[in-house]
Write a protein that binds this ligand. Sequence first.
Ligand code: ADP
Length: 322
Amino acid sequence: MKKTFKKIALFTSGGDAPGMNAHIRAIVRTCIARGIEPIGIFNGYQGMIEGRFVSLNRKATVNLIDEGGTYLKTSRSEEFKTPEGREKAYQNLVKFEIDGVIACGGDGTLRGANLLYKEYGVNIVGTPGTIDNDLYGTYYTIGFDTASNTAAEAIDRIRDTADSHGRIFIIEVMGRHAGHIAMDVGISCGAELILVPEKASDIADLYATINRMGEHTRTIIIVGEGGQYEGAVDLATRLKINFNVDAKTTVLGHIQRGGSPTVRDRVLASHLGMAAVDSLLAGHSNVMVGRVYHNITHTPLPETWEKKKKIQNYLYQLAELL
Ligand code: ADP
């Protein structure tokens, strides 16, 4: 059933992702265009507990579209994981007369949103804001494209050195337990081996591939975090112990989180921002607003983490073939 909305609150939570600012800008401006007051909650769920609610206007979102990080800041709140913390958060939503909430973040953020809906009946929609691209119900998450491009640019530089010296480089990329960044970046950088957490690999097979490349040949190995090896250093150590292979290691780490978002991320973030407001107005709640092809989708929040977004088969084939 449709209801009247006077105030919509928005916040970013968990890991920051490039494009969150473009998303905030689109939500604020869509709210204003629809005659609704946008209320920013600073610092994610912790800010909701502490009552850090601020009325936003168009001016607050000027020059935000190309900025990395998040204007609303973010946090990881242990207090929100407790029933007492969520009660405080809910009381602030009541106090500030919030009619609907938009939560942008990863699966942790969406789990929290699901609890606000289940325990208090809060009108809430989630949006996918994470570089990991690990949420079911959307082809891409906000930040994934930028993070992949940042990693690819760094690896292109490392490849120059690897090539000049004919060395083996093992490069670890982010993704938590998902190999989407590793796979896309590995293919686009022409990596010789791509290891994703979704697929186990035998170390003897890895060695066979390295061996096939021949001595003093550039070999780039991409390892997604969260897999069978505890990152690049662990894999290098095992190759050394088992096969006396010398490999250099690089952990790209948080460099992948920051920076100005790509055009694809800015457009996705803007589209999902507008759609999130309009979804609340249309009566949607407890869903993630995502995009498949060019279409906006609504996926029940629990499905976004219970169902697994698979790496497409053609990507495995490409990784093998090329
Ligand atoms: P992300 O949203 O990027 O996955 P986190 O996993 O840190 O990042 O989640 C962000 C925040 O969401 C947490 O700090 C916590 O406040 C809240 N959260 C995460 N999981 C739960 C849960 N199971 N129950 C309640 N709140 C949660």
